[in-house]
Design a protein around this ligand. Structure first.
Ligand SMILES: [Zn+2]
Length: 242
């Protein structure tokens, strides 16, 4: 049977209060609201990235179309210039040949008008895509700014809590100096059990650790024990302070 003076048990109750504060602070740190908001923004950001990839692909495909059509217009222009040079070179004199060249030029110009119409169509399709692209960039920037802001707030809040934990831990280490290491060890062993508060007041017949009533016989037995004998609640295992 271990023993502990009533004073050291009272101190143990105080240490338990400090441990409760530390646990509450750790919980507070782990559940800071900013973390969830940041996760939501990160999810949004990855959706945005996918949208951007799609729009970017469509944009480059349309821009390639436009480039291809503009290249064709340039090729037609060159061909028309060549044919006009032939026409006015004086080297071709047969009416039939001259008419063939003129026909070719007319055909080329007709083709050019068609291609130019296609360019206008592609540009009209590009316009809303560019607008969408710009709005995605703005959305992305705002997402990044919000995330950075939340990260800073989160860091700040975490540091504040860490500081509070440090203060409580310091107070705690000052208190454990006066208690026998054996008792602290027993306390910490019980406390490591899930949900256990390790030390509790026995109030009348009720253990304040599990809020269950001890049998009257047990309470009688405990009363007869020496004051410094360490007793535990049979239900929850708590060290009982009587
Ligand atoms: Zn109990």
């Amino acid at each position: 049977m271990s023993s502990a003076s009533p004073e050291s048990l009272d101190q143990l109750l105080e240490i338990q209060e400090l441990d409760k504060s530390i646990a509450a602070l750790r919980h507070q740190k782990n559940t800071l609201a900013e973390r969830e908001s940041i996760a939501n923004l990160e999810e949004e950001s990855s959706h945005l990235q996918k949208k951007k990839d799609l729009v970017s692909k469509e944009l480059s495909s349309k821009e390639e179309d436009q480039q291809r059509l503009e290249d064709e217009v340039n090729a037609i222009d060159e061909r028309v210039m060549e044919q006009e040079a032939n026409l006015y070179s004086g080297e071709v004199s047969a009416i039939k040949d001259l008419q063939a060249i003129q026909g070719d030029i007319a055909g080329l110009q007709e083709r050019k008008r068609l291609v130019e119409d296609q360019i206008i169509m592609v540009m009209e399709q590009l316009e809303p895509l560019k607008t969408l692209w710009d709005s995605l960039l703005i959305e992305e920037q705002s997402n990044t700014e919000q995330r950075n802001q939340l990260q800073a707030t989160l860091k700040n809040n975490e540091e504040n809590i860490d500081e509070q934990i440090e203060n409580v831990a310091e107070e705690r280490s000052g208190m454990t100096e006066d208690i026998s290491p054996d008792l602290i060890e027993i306390y910490e062993k019980i406390r490591s059990r899930p949900g256990s508060i390790a030390v509790a007041q026995l109030s009348g017949r009720t253990c304040k650790g599990c809020h269950l009533d001890l049998p009257a016989v047990e309470v009688d037995r405990l009363k007869k024990l020496p004051a410094d004998e360490l007793i535990n609640c049979e239900e929850c295992g708590c060290i009982l302070v009587r």
